[in-house]
Design a protein around this ligand. Structure first.
Ligand code: ADP
Ligand code: MG
Ligand code: ZN
Length: 503
């Protein structure tokens, strides 16, 4: 038995081999056409080069269920096992109790392949207690409790593995190394930034509540620099989140098979990316950048350069926290709970405001690009001005370690309110019952309503401002959202001051 990775889901696949007398032939059914011929060549060579015999009879291998999409080379090992069992070279009895997963090389080595964590989860769900995977992926598969994982380096080790003998382990980084990674601040540090107290305050709010952020300002003022320092102040992943991220990155081939991913993902796709590159797609649907950024940050630098279609495609993931990819009869769902950070020049010439020399059509195009689905989902719109000469000489506003501590404190308050070890961030609070969930004072609520009634906010914008105000109150250590928190949150709205000045 083995597993196919279908989207991000492991699906059980039973591999059976049938041997009968007749002219030697080797047929595989139940796989995609091209994969079959390739798998056949690899498996045949691997069996012969591992000191086994390849049966010279009529051999048919079936992968069931037939209707299931089976992509990738991870079935090799299971096919080889089925053949060896059918020809009496491996114990069929022992094989019944385990799942096997791995790619074979022609020489018979078992090569690492994508999705070991997902396969281990599939094994646990199917109540299979033993799992054989490529040695380099054993550590990853062991993240799943309740499944005994055995790593093999080559096909020749299989008989011993099935007898339950201990096999050599891969050289692994020790647990010390893990602990170290957990404590360290990932990426470049905020202490490199001069000035920008306002933008750093906004970055702090974004990190503390998982809010979407837009940095607008002339070129060379430090927008990219600021955005790239967001990972250094994000709270570490909770265990369940970390498993989720590790699974996604493993299926996408971004994980090296070491332990759990600890740092929140930070994805910064280039503006030439296609819609399907951004949200996922393809004939065998693979996750896009929005899913690779799940539980972390998706950074769109030079936002106005992204194609209209790509930005449109982000609408659903931003709103629903997942993308649904429709392929014929079936729908694949990929999670996409990320915080969006975008940076842009105020206009094509980059000067903005009074100094702008752009022609009207260029300005109009720029505005069109930025308006619409995305801007409505921006919680924090922040102007990034040129730092003053004085700023450049002054000490930095803050170090990442200091800010991160405040962020973690604010997240702890959020988790406490949710009554969970690792609750949803404020940005993910559902709209219904939001007012009560955020514990706002009557006065603060009235001031928010006044702004709404004046037409300064859409209904969605109002909810978004309320969530941001909750985060600002959390950073303030305040149990209730007060007027000053609401005022600060409204100051960050793009429908307010910040963007008005740059448009
Ligand atoms: N506030 C700042 N503090 C320190 N260095 C800065 C600052 N702003 C810009 N720089 C320097 O200028 C470079 C370009 O900044 P960048 O973030 O790419 O600007 P932008 O994205 O706004 O065009 C940075 O790599 C950094 O060396
Ligand atoms: Mg830049
Ligand atoms: Zn301009």
């Amino acid at each position: 038995m083995t597993f196919a990775i279908d989207g991000l889901e492991p699906r059980p696949v039973v591999v059976e081999a049938d041997l009968r007398s007749g002219l030697p032939a080797f047929t595989v059914v139940g796989l995609a056409d091209r994969a079959v011929s390739e798998a056949r060549e690899r498996v045949r060579a691997a069996i012969l080069n591992s000191g086994f015999e390849f049966p010279l009879r009529r051999l048919t291998v079936n992968l069931a269920p037939a209707h299931l999409r089976k992509a990738g080379p991870g079935f090799d090992l299971a096919i080889a096992c089925a053949i060896l069992a059918a020809s009496g070279q491996l114990s069929a009895e022992a094989l019944v109790r385990v799942a096997v997963f791995g790619e074979l090389s022609l020489s018979g080595t078992v090569r690492p392949c994508r999705g070991a964590l997902a396969v281990a989860e599939g094994a646990r769900r199917a109540s299979i207690t033993g799992l054989i995977v490529p040695r380099e992926r054993a550590r990853e598969a062991r993240l799943v409790d309740g499944v005994e994982v055995l790593g093999v380096g080559c096909l020749a080790e299989l008989p011993a593995a099935l007898r339950g003998e201990t096999l050599p382990e891969a050289d692994e980084a020790g647990e010390d190394d893990d602990a170290q990674r957990e404590g360290a601040v990932p990426g470049p540090d905020l202490a490199d930034v001069r000035g920008h107290a306002g933008a750093i305050a906004a970055l702090t709010v974004a990190a503390a509540g998982g809010h979407n952020l837009l940095l607008t300002g002339p070129p060379g003022t430090g927008k990219t620099m600021l955005a790239r320092r967001l990972p250094s102040i994000l709270p570490p992943l909770g265990r369940a989140e970390a498993l989720e991220v590790t699974r996604i990155h493993s299926v996408a081939g971004l994980h090296d098979g070491s332990g759990l991913v600890r740092a929140r993902p930070f994805r910064a796709p280039h503006h030439t990316i296609s819609p399907s590159g951004l949200v996922g797609g393809g004939t065998v649907p693979t996750p896009g950048e929005a899913t690779l950024a799940h539980r972390g940050v998706l950074f769109l630098d030079e936002l106005s350069e992204f194609g209209r279609g790509s930005l449109e495609a982000l609408r659903q993931p931003l709103e629903d926290g997942h993308v649904a990819i429709v392929r014929g009869q079936r729908i694949d769902r990929f999670p996409t709970r990320f915080a969006l950070v975008a940076a842009t020049n105020p206009c094509p010439c980059g000067r903005g405001g009074q100094a702008c020399r752009c022609a009207e059509p260029d300005l109009a195009r720029h505005r069109r690009r930025l308006s619409g689905p995305l801007l409505d989902r921006i919680d924090l719109a922040v102007p990034v001005e040129r730092p003053t000469g004085e700023d450049l000489l002054a000490p930095p506003v803050a170090s990442s370690a200091q800010v991160r501590e405040r962020v973690i404190g604010a997240r702890e308050l959020q988790a406490e309110r949710a009554g969970r070890a690792c609750g949803p961030a404020n940005a993910e609070l559902p709209s219904r019952d939001l007012q009560r969930a955020v514990a706002i004072t009557a006065a603060a609520s009235r001031s928010l309503s006044r702004t709404y009634d004046r037409g300064g906010l859409s209904a969605r914008g109002r909810d978004r401002a309320l969530r941001v105000a909750r985060t600002i109150a959390d950073l303030d250590g305040s149990g209730e959202v007060q007027e000053r928190h609401v005022a600060e949150a409204l100051g960050y709205r793009h429908d307010g001051e910040a963007v008005a000045r740059t448009r």
